[in-house]
Design a protein around this ligand. Structure first.
Ligand code: ADP
Length: 174
């Protein structure tokens, strides 16, 4: 598995990866959706580290990423990134979503992470169109892997059937 892309359907909190990515909000103080699920499953340590980061640097801007330990999760780390809220599409949303994936991958590499799992960032409460979000996610990850030397395995974890079908069709014509 020097460099690879995988697809699974399920709950990201159950993933056995070095790092799982959280679709956080810029406060880093937790929220609903996958964010709530990660904090519930990972326990209070993750939020305590998020609060420390927030106190130090004032949260996390859209498209950026920060890292904490994985608390009680199987994953050693959680990378918290903030995807854009969909606001019609002409407010830089596609670029910002790409940044969220890219900056998460950069942070993974900096921390010697070799396996990372992503949820479908921004496609829940933030209402980014799922088909466009899937294309951006796949294109950004492929481009990053192409430009990267070391071993890195990326798994897309889809929670709903619609996202799973979109990723399945994008990844089969690799
Ligand atoms: P955002 O605010 O970035 O839209 P959400 O958490 O609302 O974040 O949704 C992002 C995606 O995560 C959605 O596609 C949602 O179905 C999915 N999701 C929700 N819970 C989980 C989970 N436990 N594991 C993986 N994906 C999840």
């Amino acid at each position: 598995m020097r460099k690879s892309i995988h697809l699974v359907k399920g709950d990201i909190t159950k993933q056995n990866a070095d790092a799982i990515v959280n679709a956080a909000n810029s406060s880093l103080l937790g929220g609903g959706g996958v964010d709530g699920a990660i904090h519930r499953a990972g326990g209070p340590q993750i939020l305590a580290e998020c609060v420390e980061i927030r106190n130090r640097q004032g949260g996390c801007k859209t498209g950026e990423a920060v890292i904490t330990g994985g608390g009680n999760l199987k994953a050693k780390y959680v990378i918290h990134t903030v995807g854009p809220v969909w606001n019609g599409g002409d407010k830089g949303e596609p670029q910002l979503l790409g940044n969220a994936y890219r900056n998460s991958l950069k942070l993974a590499v900096e921390n010697d992470i070799h396996t990372i799992a992503f949820p479908n960032i921004s496609t829940g409460i933030y209402h980014f169109p799922k088909d466009l979000a899937a294309r951006i996610a796949v294109d950004t990850v492929k481009a990053f892997l192409n430009g990267h030397e070391g071993p890195l395995s990326v798994t897309f974890v889809c929670f709903d059937d619609e996202n799973y079908a979109l990723y399945e069709s994008l990844l089969k014509d690799k």
